[in-house]
Structures are given as structure tokens and as C-alpha cells.
Design a protein around this ligand. Structure first.
Ligand SMILES: [Zn+2]
Length: 256
């Protein structure tokens, strides 16, 4: 199996995305940029939360291989809470948060979990692509642009949207599933700063994945930066952190 990745901050900014991988798994995280002037109740910045969660998740992925991905993420959120419960107000509804998307390849199955808007995509040799998205933030009441108050009232609430922050049970609201490991299958994990090539800049999934296979993760991010320079995003940030993970050469394990 080959796992390649690239993660790049928006120009001049600190990268709030992160990517991690192990021998048979990979994950991407996209920390939510705090709205200006909002008191999060947390003394830490977004990268701290993202790195803390990534580190605890990584440990669990390596040591608790058989656990369901949802349990793994819930435990990682819980450990992350413990890491700042003594210094920060974890009841604050604006406490830092992040998306988390994970894939794990075990036996003849690919398992996935996606919480928040960091999409996954499966590519098969007949060029069939399956996009797996948690798109609840695309459908909040009233449509975009969303107010800070609206987002706060719907975060980690039934009927709203779920992210990794201070609520371990959010993990059980992730979009999850598994698919058989068919020959030649490949997987991509992305933050929305990368998939804005599709959401905003006219790519379809087939074109996006073709670029990924031709150019690799860093090449795709270069395409994103070119597009952002040429045409401002209609409602979002001009530039966004962008992360791409590509999992290929997924050999079907030998049965014994
Ligand atoms: Zn904190």
C-alpha cells in the first residue's frame, strides 16, 4: 500500500489542517477557524486542538486495532478534553473544534468515518468514483452565509451538525461504513480547502481524481492555489488550508 499526502496552509497563515497515517490507516483533520472576537473559553489555539486529537487518535489506531472507528474517535475526543479540562471551559459552545475523516484497511474491507466537511472519495479502475461526505454544514437552516449565533446553536446538537470538540458522543454521529476491497481501488481523503476545486472551481470528481493520480497530493494543492489566485471564492476565504491524502496500491491481503 502506498499513502502519500500533502498539507499546506493558506498563504501567510498557520496551518489548521493536519494529516496522519499508519501502516493501514490514514486520517485528515481540519480545525475550524474561530470567528473574530468570540471567546472560546480555551487558552489553546486551533492547531493545538488538532494536533492533540491527532496524537491521541494515532495512538489508539496503533494500539487498539480492532476497535470500531467510532469508539476510537470518541475516546480520542475524551482524552483531548482531559488534556485541557483543568485550564479551559469545556462547556463553552465556541470551544475549538475540528473535522475528522479516517479510513482503515483491514482484511478485505475498507472502513471509513467522516465527521464534518472533510470528504473522502473511492476510485475504482472503471473510473467509478464514490464520494463520501458529511454535508450537514451545507444544509443549515436559512442557507449561507451562516451567522455565528446560528452555527453555535446547531453545533453538536440533534438536527444540526457534529464535529470533534468537547463532546465524545459526536463520534457516533459521523458518517460511517465499509466497502469491500476490490482490486485496484484507491482512496482519497481531503479537507474542503482542497475540494473547493470541485465545490467552486468547476472540477468534477473524475477530473479531480485524475489530477490526484497524475500530479500527486502536492500537485492538486498547486491547482487549488492557481484557481484561488485567479478567481476569488464567492463566499469563503480567498485561500484556505488544503490537505490531500492519496491511498493507492492497496494489495488484497493473502488469505491463509
Ligand atoms: Zn484549551
Amino acid at each position: 500500500m502506498q499513502i502519500s499526502c500533502a498539507s499546506e496552509a493558506a498563504p501567510g497563515q498557520v496551518n489548521e489542517d493536519y494529516a496522519i497515517c499508519g501502516p493501514n490507516w490514514a486520517a485528515v483533520l481540519d480545525g475550524a477557524t474561530a470567528p473574530r472576537g468570540v471567546d472560546s473559553g480555551c487558552i489553546h489555539n486551533i492547531p493545538w486542538l488538532v494536533h492533540q486529537l491527532a496524537a491521541t487518535l494515532s495512538t489508539k489506531m496503533l494500539l487498539d486495532e480492532a476497535f470500531p472507528l467510532t469508539d476510537m474517535l470518541a475516546a480520542a475526543i475524551e482524552d483531548t478534553c482531559s488534556a485541557h479540562a483543568n485550564t479551559c471551559d469545556l462547556q463553552n459552545p465556541d470551544s475549538p473544534s475540528t473535522t475528522v475523516s479516517i479510513i482503515r484497511i483491514s482484511s478485505d474491507t475498507l472502513e471509513y468515518l467522516t465527521l464534518g466537511d472533510s470528504p473522502l472519495a473511492l476510485w475504482r479502475p472503471d473510473n467509478q468514483i464514490t464520494a463520501l461526505k458529511d454535508d450537514r454544514t451545507d444544509h443549515l437552516p436559512g442557507g449561507r452565509p451562516y451567522t455565528v449565533e446560528l452555527v453555535r446553536s446547531l453545533r453538536n446538537k440533534p438536527g444540526g451538525f457534529w464535529v470533534a470538540s468537547t463532546e465524545p458522543k459526536a463520534a457516533y454521529h459521523a458518517v460511517t461504513g465499509n466497502v469491500p476491497l476490490t482490486p485496484g481501488i484507491e482512496v482519497g481523503l481531503f479537507t474542503d480547502g482542497a475540494t473547493r476545486l470541485i465545490d467552486v472551481y468547476g472540477y468534477d470528481w473524475a477530473g479531480f481524481f485524475a489530477s490526484l493520480r497524475d500530479l500527486g497530493p502536492a500537485g492538486v494543492i498547486n491547482r487549488v492555489r492557481d484557481a484561488e489566485r485567479n478567481k476569488p471564492h464567492p463566499y469563503g476565504k480567498r485561500y484556505d488550508d488544503a490537505t490531500v491524502v492519496h491511498v493507492s496500491d492497496i494489495a488484497r491481503p493473502q488469505r491463509t
